[in-house]
Design a protein around this ligand. Structure first.
Ligand SMILES: Nc1ncnc2c1ncn2[C@@H]1O[C@H](COP(=O)(O)OP(=O)(O)OP(=O)(O)O)[C@@H](O)[C@H]1O
Ligand SMILES: [Mg+2]
Length: 414
């Protein structure tokens, strides 16, 4: 039987942390639809942006895709993957995944000799180092030099290949750099990097292909910081730059992960699956925190991560002299008018993009590679990244105060 990319993905597992020296790993779930949509989105060259809620699984998907292509090649060198309407041999794929936050690289370039492979990896690690020690805009632009470097040093290896370069967590690395440099977080430098790539495809496409010998080149930026998404979204269309939304896991697969995680991190109290779905909405990063940090104690998690996070991270920025609301009463009054409904709440809590910047809301723009569930926390244009924020704001509206307790939020769910 011919193993497909999806089968290869199914055989992978993912890291959920380490408890007392024991690594917690669970099977990689779902994402069949997303993987094929993503490969379909790679059928034309240029720049792609993948965005989605914080911790929804962007890095995992992009990394597993590379690992699965590798696995497929090792088990079945004649295998092909489907990119749009074209079957591409796994031998012809150069898939490079770089994570700028973890400083890790996953290179799927099967035909490289060990020596050349380690040269590529060394060159990449040097590049990432130079970004890590540099400050702000100058060093981030090094990311753009990557393609040039690959073309100059490794053109032989790129010849006739389908080249996919995945830049992951550039937004986070960039935020760290600009904070260090103290120049404010407006993402201008990041916009510059994305624009450079877009311009390369728009103006120098022929040169890129003739110099590299590559058959097809796609550059992907994956990010969750909504402010960064907004900046780079301004370039939409240039060099076929397109944005795609990846969502949290759907209900059924999410429940599967909950059940598997319960066998690895056994809870002391009964776990209410329905409640978890309504609070976490399939977000696995939040599930990890709930299970590992809060030992499945939903109230503790709600109090510390959701209510305190919302009040300290967002609401306090909105209330006060010269801000969006003079006082709490004015804020609650406005909130009550919209009852936390996602499309309408944007006008209430997103002054200065505060709700985007604090990853409470996310804009649904461009195309989606996930099927979004029909739930009250997901609107047409705007959604809550985590449904718990929706219920927390609703309970503030119904209680007439920002001082709500976890039990109020749970009651609000009904
Ligand atoms: N399909 C999946 N099946 C099982 N676990 C998953 C899956 N996708 C992600 N995870 C787990 O969910 C957690 C968050 O995933 P990941 O780091 O990929 O999210 P992200 O969207 O890249 O986050 P960020 O916004 O911070 O960059 C990780 O612990 C990962 O192991
Ligand atoms: Mg990530």
């Amino acid at each position: 039987m011919v193993t497909s990319l999806i089968d290869a993905m199914r055989s992978m597992d993912v890291d959920f942390g380490v408890i007392a020296g024991n690594p917690i790993r669970v099977g990689f779930r779902d994402r069949e639809g997303e993987a094929s949509e993503l490969l379909r989105a790679f059928r034309f060259d240029g720049v792609r942006i993948i965005y989605g809620p914080l911790g929804c699984g962007k890095s995992t998907l992009l990394n597993i895709l590379g690992r699965s292509i590798n696995h497929l090649r090792e088990t079945e060198p004649n295998a092909t993957i489907r990119i749009g309407e074209t079957n591409v041999s796994v031998e012809d794929v150069f898939y490079l995944y770089i994570n700028y936050e973890k400083y890790s690289v996953e290179l799927t370039a099967p035909y490289l000799t060990t020596d050349r492979r380690s040269r590529v990896l060394n060159a990449l690690m040097e590049l990432i180092d130079s970004i890590a020690v540099g400050s702000g805009i100058a060093s981030i632009s090094g990311i753009y030099d990557l393609l040039n470097k690959l073309v100059t040093e490794f053109s032989m290896d790129l010849s006739n290949k389908w080249v996919f370069i995945i830049h992951d967590e550039v937004d986070k690395a960039y935020a760290t750099l600009v904070n260090r440099a103290g120049v404010g977080n407006d993402y201008g430098g990041l916009e510059g990097v994305v624009a450079s790539y877009a311009g390369l495809f728009e103006n120098f496409r022929d040169e890129l292909y003739s110099r590299s010998g590559a058959r097809h080149v796609v550059v992907v930026f994956s990010m969750s910081d909504q402010a960064a998404v907004k900046v780079t979204g301004k370039l939409r269309g240039k060099g076929l730059l397109t944005q795609y939304l990846l969502w949290n896991l759907p209900r059924e697969s999410f429940i599967d992960v909950v059940n598997e995680l319960m066998t690895k991190v056994p809870p002391n109290t009964p776990v209410d699956h329905e409640l978890l779905w309504k609070l976490l909405g399939g977000n696995l990063r939040a599930l990890t925190a709930l299970a590992i940090v809060y030992s499945w104690d939903v109230s503790k998690w709600l109090g510390a991560e959701v209510i305190n996070g919302l009040v300290n991270g967002l609401i306090r920025q909105l209330i006060g002299h010269g801000r969006a609301y003079e006082d709490e009463e004015q804020f609650i009054h406005s909130l009550r008018r919209v009852s936390a409904e996602p499309d309408a709440v944007e006008g209430i809590i997103n002054a200065g993009n505060a709700a985007y910047r604090s990853n409470v809301l996310i804009e649904i723009s461009g195309q989606s590679i996930s099927q979004l569930p029909r739930e009250p926390w997901i609107g047409r244009y705007v959604a809550y990244q985590l449904p718990a924020y929706y219920w927390a704001l609703r309970s503030m509206a119904s209680r007439g105060s920002i001082n709500v307790e976890p039990i109020d939020v749970i009651r609000e769910i009904g």
